[in-house]
Design a protein around this ligand. Structure first.
Ligand code: COA
Length: 222
């Protein structure tokens, strides 16, 4: 049975497996990845900032969230699904749980992700993230320090942290709320307009009369 939960103390036993999965996948893809230490993942688990997926107690997926820049930003990182379980929508479920956890823990924060993975870009954009330049992401040095272990770190340094191979994706709750507000306003205007139009039309055209006339015509035609 597959379980996807917010990780807790009992899940620290999975740490080395999590790191193996993340590093193994990065090597296979030949792309860069921010390296994490076991203590770092342990902290994320103990702080209830991790999502863990298991199948009958065996680790099959993971990701964690962290806040940056005095909780103004939250990033989802380290998303991994074990190879045999890919292509079944598992990362979508993990990511959605991480999104809800981020919104609950840090309701005012902007959520972001940096990735080279098309699948992850798609997952984020389905939730409402938008591609942005790195300038729109956190300037918290501690976050960018995490990139030091990546094979592409030189590029990030050379561009003064403005570009790299990763794409930045951002979910701004204020922008999303504003869009929802605007959509609701538009809906209200349309609904008022339709009500008005219906009232006017029902004064001009009496549906019953029209129907009777139509019946009359039909009777004489046969
Ligand atoms: C990326 C990864 C987590 C996706 O996990 P998954 O469980 O197979 O993904 P899902 O089945 O939930 O698919 C999510 C979406 O991405 C798409 N997708 C999945 N793999 C894809 C790929 N290789 N290329 C393009 N799109 C892909 C799916 O079609 C799906 O879109 P849909 O909802 O429109 O059908 C998994 O492949 C993995 O662990 N890769 C190695 C680690 C990694 O790259 N992590 C990201 C680091 S930022």
């Amino acid at each position: 049975m597959i379980d996807i939960n917010i990780a807790s103390k009992k899940d620290v036993k999975y740490i080395s497996e999590i790191l193996e999965l993340i590093e193994g996948a990065a090597k296979k893809r030949g792309t860069g990845i921010a390296k994490r230490k076991p203590e770092y993942i342990e902290k994320k688990i103990l702080e209830n900032k991790s999502i863990i997926a298991t199948d009958n107690g065996n680790l099959i997926g993971y990701c964690y969230i962290e806040s940056w820049g005095h909780q103004k930003f939250v990033a989802t990182s380290g998303l991994i699904v074990k190879e045999e379980y890919r292509g079944q929508g598992l990362s979508k479920k993990i990511k959605n749980k991480a999104f809800n956890l981020s919104r609950e823990k840090f309701p005012k924060a902007k959520l972001f992700s940096i990735t080279t993975s098309i699948a992850v870009m798609k997952l984020n954009m389905d939730i409402g993230y938008k591609p942005v330049t790195f300038k729109e992401l956190t300037d918290d040095r501690a976050f960018w320090k995490g990139c030091e272990g990546c094979v592409n770190y030189k590029i990030l340094q050379q561009t003064n942290r403005t570009h790299c191979l990763c794409t930045g994706l951002l979910y701004d709750p204020k922008e999303v709320e504003k869009k929802e507000d605007d959509d609701n306003k538009t809906l209200k205007v349309y609904s008022r307009w339709f009500k008005y139009k219906f009232q006017i039309l029902s004064k001009i055209v009496k549906p019953k009369k029209v129907l009777n006339k139509a019946k009359e015509i039909a009777f004489f035609s046969f």
